[in-house]
Every structure is written in structure tokens, then in C-alpha cells.
Design a protein around this ligand. Structure first.
Ligand SMILES: Cc1cc2nc3c(=O)[nH]c(=O)nc-3n(C[C@H](O)[C@H](O)[C@H](O)COP(=O)(O)OP(=O)(O)OC[C@H]3O[C@@H](n4cnc5c(N)ncnc54)[C@H](O)[C@@H]3O)c2cc1C
Length: 464
């Protein structure tokens, strides 16, 4: 079978390296403006599950590796590999079974669309914090989303999934069917040995009371703000999500050297009154004399996404690092120092302390997602000029190294996966070993060759 035969066999599109428009399609596979060097032999834009099966069977016969692609949002650009890139972006349907409290979704349903459809039906899900990211890789990596402190990592709300295996077979993965595949699906991220073509998600009841507040302080006051956050989260109701953003002062402040820490408590509660009461309790303990205080602001998923999308301009160049820590206050201080020295004013960091009774304080469900801490920190290098790649990369990696004494492990969804040691650091050692075994079992020839199956060798990612 040739690529022409494959084109004829699919409902979707096949763009080979020889086709017009290839360079454009290739660039669009990755959301980050900083693209990997990989040159796939073809990009297959699947329209149906059958397209996915046919493509995988074709690739297996020809000995070509396959890299599934959700919406290409992984900051490390790992969906773009040599071989065939299997673009799943057309598989984005959403069906809600209200009676069962289950949503059946295509892998590339996006956070904002899912949140809105669920809210209309009176449901919610720990969707990710930015609108256009698809569930595809978000759920595979773990999924640290809105109200995850109460609802847990999103992957642990996956009831089952349909998966195309390396031999083209379509199977179900759940606690009862192919349980090892299901184990790997919940957190295995880029190491998952198959292509997820459908998720079944267990839903939460929509929280009718959603409310937030915003307070900014000079970044030098990070310790005070962290103490406030830590005190609040020790006693707060489970539905409180408390985030600090470390960033440059926005316009009209013209001086990019002015840095702020902005504290954003967001409450998810049964009613407006409950949410209001929780937020008032939080505000009581806030450090005095903020530069700016806004709220309480009633929130919807739409307004939450409008805020988060502003921080992540489309087309910019990105490098990210994300860690779990059991010493969040020390972590946030190191991140504040790093942001104060960032070569690009657009770069920022996010710190979050989980509620006292969150998933991080209990044994994690038996799944590949095996690395967590009571605090989470992510650093985002954002710049426009390719000539600044080296300076920004050096800055972010030095900051990550400075964070390492208080880092328990990394989060695969936003880690700097080009660093050779990083992928293994996203898993507990026993889970890392088990992932290799599951990969060997379900993908013995390494069709989904996104990482070494036997070592912590890096994925083939963007040349720096
Ligand atoms: C602006 C922005 C905001 C973000 N916010 C959050 C957040 O709030 N919480 C959070 O947890 N993460 C967040 N992330 C990280 C994001 O969830 C992960 O990077 C995730 O991998 C992106 O999903 P994707 O489908 O675009 O993955 P891609 O980049 O397309 O793929 C990532 C990896 O997963 C594999 N993969 C993707 N889909 C499939 C599939 N269906 N079957 C098998 N393998 C597959 C790919 O082969 C690749 O190795 C954010 C990222 C960005 C850019």
C-alpha cells in the first residue's frame, strides 16, 4: 500500500512531505511558536476512528512510527515527530448522558467547549485552565484543572476509553477490560502505547456558586502572600482553588522591571451564598495594603478562560517547566526570584497550594499518574524573537535547577521534556518501570516511538 492508496482509503486527509502546503500543516501541528525540527513523512488528519485504525495498520506494515497529536499544546512540542503525525483534531464530538452522569467525548474536545456544554446540562468536570487545550493529551498526562483540589486529577475521572492499538485493533480500556492499558492511560502521557479515540468521563454536579477575587502586591511580598495562602488552604473548604501568579506589571505600568505577585482565590461551592462566605473568610486574612484589589467577582467557565487565555498569547515562543513540591513556600520564593530576573517581560510563573484534603494528601489511585505534592509550581518562558531562544532557555533551565532542592517531581503535561532526565522524573520509580512493561506488552515493535521504551532517554524535541 502506498501513500496514494492510504489517501484513497481514508475519509480524512493525508499530506505527505511532497505535497503542497506541507510546511504550513507541519507548523500548525504545534501550538508553540517554537517548533521542533522533526520532519514527518506525512501528516494524517483523521476524520473517523476507522481512519485512525487504517493509518496505524498502514504504518505498522511499512515500519513507520506514529505520533498521535491532540491539539499540539504540549509546550515541548512532542506531538511533532518524524514518521507519521496522526492529527486527531476532527475527533472532537461531545455526548452527555445526563442519567448516567457520563460524557462521551472525542479526544480533541476542548476545555472551553466541554465546560460550556456540561454547564448547560448542570454538570462539570475538572477541565484544564486554558480554553483551547484538548482533553487528548491533557487527560493522558494527568489533567490538573479547575477545582482539581476537590475533584482530583482529571485522569482519575476517566471511566473508560476506546483505544486503537499498535496493530490497528480497537479495544476498550477500563478497570475491567485491559486494566494495564487503563492504568497507563491515566497519567502515562507521551508514553501511552496506543491512540485514545474516545473517553468516557464521570461528571460532577455543576457548582452554582463560582466566585473569585484578585489582589496584587509587589513581588517582594511573596512570603507574606504565601503564608496567607498556606493558612487559608489548611482550613479552607475543598472547593477553594488558590493560585499566585508571579508576573510583570501590566499596562499602564510601562516599566517591565516592576514585578507583582497576584493572588487569586477561586471558590467552587453549592450556592452563591456559600461561595461568598468562603471568599469573605479568605479575604479576612489577606495581607494589608495591596496595590490592587478586585472582587468578589462572580465567575463562569467563560470568564475564567478569558482571564487565563490573556496570559498565553498565540504564536509566541514558549518553554515551560512544572513541578510538584511539598515545600510550596520555598518554591514560590525561588520562582519569584526567577521571574524578577526573567529576560522576557512576558514570562511568568504560577504557584498553587492544594487544599488540605486534596488528592495530594492521600495515596494516589493506582495509575501511571504517580507524582504529586501539596504544592504545584509552573514557570513559563514566553518571548517572540528566535534570537532570544538561548537567553530564555538558559534562564528557565537555571530557574528549574534552583527549584530542584524543593522539587518532589515533575508534571509531564508541562515539563521541559527536552531535558534528558525529565521524563522519568514525572513518575514514581515503580510506575516508571511499570510503564515500560506496559509499553513492551502493547507496543512491542515501538510503533508509537515517542520515547525509549527502556530508559529515560529524551523524546526527540525541538532543537534549541
Ligand atoms: C496554554 C496552555 C495551558 C495549559 N493548561 C493546562 C492546565 O491547566 N492543566 C494541565 O494539566 N495542563 C495544562 N497544559 C498542558 C497540556 O494539558 C498538555 O501539554 C497536553 O499534552 C496538551 O494536550 P494536547 O492534546 O494538545 O497534546 P499534544 O501536544 O497534541 O500531545 C502531547 C503528547 O500526548 C500524545 N497524545 C495526544 N493525544 C493523544 C491520544 N489521543 N492518544 C495517544 N497519545 C496522544 C502525543 O503523541 C504527545 O506525545 C496547558 C498547555 C498550554 C499550552
Amino acid at each position: 500500500m502506498s501513500f496514494d492508496d492510504l489517501k484513497a482509503a481514508l475519509r480524512g486527509e493525508v499530506i505527505t512531505a511532497a505535497d503542497g502546503g506541507y510546511a504550513d500543516h507541519r507548523a500548525k501541528m504545534i501550538w508553540n511558536g517554537r517548533k521542533p525540527d522533526a520532519q514527518p513523512v506525512a501528516i494524517v488528519r483523521a476524520r473517523t476512528v476507522a481512519d485512525v485504525q487504517t493509518t496505524i495498520a498502514f504504518a505498522a506494515r511499512r515500519g513507520i512510527s506514529v505520533s498521535p497529536r491532540g491539539t499540539g499544546h504540549n509546550f515541548s512540542g512532542i506531538a511533532l515527530q518524524d514518521g507519521i503525525v496522526l492529527d486527531l483534531s476532527a475527533l472532537n464530538q461531545i455526548e452527555i448522558d445526563s442519567g448516567a452522569g457520563i460524557a462521551v467525548v472525542g479526544p480533541t474536545a476542548c476545555n472551553d467547549v466541554l465546560a460550556e456544554r456540561l454547564a448547560e446540562a448542570g454538570f462539570a468536570f475538572p477541565v484544564g485552565h486554558c480554553a483551547s487545550v484538548s482533553l487528548s493529551g491533557y487527560l493522558l498526562g494527568g489533567g490538573f484543572g479547575w477545582n482539581s483540589g476537590e475533584w482530583g486529577m482529571a485522569c482519575h475521572s476517566v471511566d473508560s476509553a476506546d483505544v486503537v492499538l499498535a496493530d490497528g485493533r480497537l479495544v476498550s480500556a477500563s478497570a475491567a477490560e485491559n486494566p494495564e492499558l487503563f492504568w497507563a492511560l491515566r497519567g502515562g502521557g507521551p508514553l501511552f502505547p496506543g491512540v485514545v479515540v474516545r473517553y468516557r468521563l464521570r461528571l460532577q454536579k455543576l457548582r452554582r456558586g463560582m466566585i473569585m477575587a484578585i489582589r496584587s502586591y509587589p513581588i517582594e511580598r511573596i512570603d507574606e502572600v504565601s503564608r496567607w495562602m498556606q493558612g487559608v488552604m489548611a482550613v479552607a473548604p475543598d472547593g477553594v482553588e488558590f493560585t499566585v501568579i508571579l508576573h510583570s506589571a501590566p499596562p499602564p505600568v510601562a516599566d517591565p522591571s516592576v514585578k507583582l505577585v497576584t493572588a487569586i482565590p477561586t471558590v467552587f461551592a453549592e450556592s452563591d451564598a456559600d461561595a461568598q462566605e468562603a471568599l469573605e473568610g479568605i479575604a479576612l486574612w489577606a495581607p494589608a495594603d495591596p496595590l490592587n484589589a478586585v472582587g468578589p467577582i462572580p465567575a463562569t467557565y467563560g470568564s475564567l478562560y478569558a482571564g487565563s487565555d490573556q496570559a498565553n498569547p498565540v504564536g509566541a515562543r514558549y518553554l515551560a517547566e512544572a513541578v510538584w513540591s511539598d515545600e510550596p513556600r520555598r518554591l514560590f520564593r525561588i520562582m519569584a526570584d526567577a521571574v524578577a530576573r526573567a529576560p522576557s517581560a512576558a514570562s511568568y510563573a504560577v504557584g498553587s497550594q492544594l487544599p488540605a484534603r486534596s488528592f495530594a494528601s492521600r495515596p494516589l489511585p493506582d495509575s501511571a499518574f504517580s507524582m504529586a505534592g501539596s504544592g504545584f509550581g509552573a514557570l513559563y518562558g514566553i518571548w517572540d524573537d528566535p534570537a532570544q531562544d538561548a537567553a530564555n532557555t538558559a534562564w528557565l533551565r537555571a530557574a528549574a535547577d534552583a527549584m530542584s532542592p524543593v522539587t518532589r517531581g515533575h508534571y509531564v503535561g508541562e515539563a521541559d521534556l527536552a531535558r534528558p532526565e525529565r521524563l522519568a522524573q514525572c513518575y514514581a520509580p515503580e510506575a516508571w518501570a511499570r510503564l515500560q512493561t506496559v509499553r513492551g506488552c502493547y507496543d512491542p515493535t515501538g510503533l508509537f516511538r515517542r520515547a525509549s521504551s527502556t530508559s529515560a532517554a529524551p523524546l526527540a524535541i525541538a532543537a534549541e
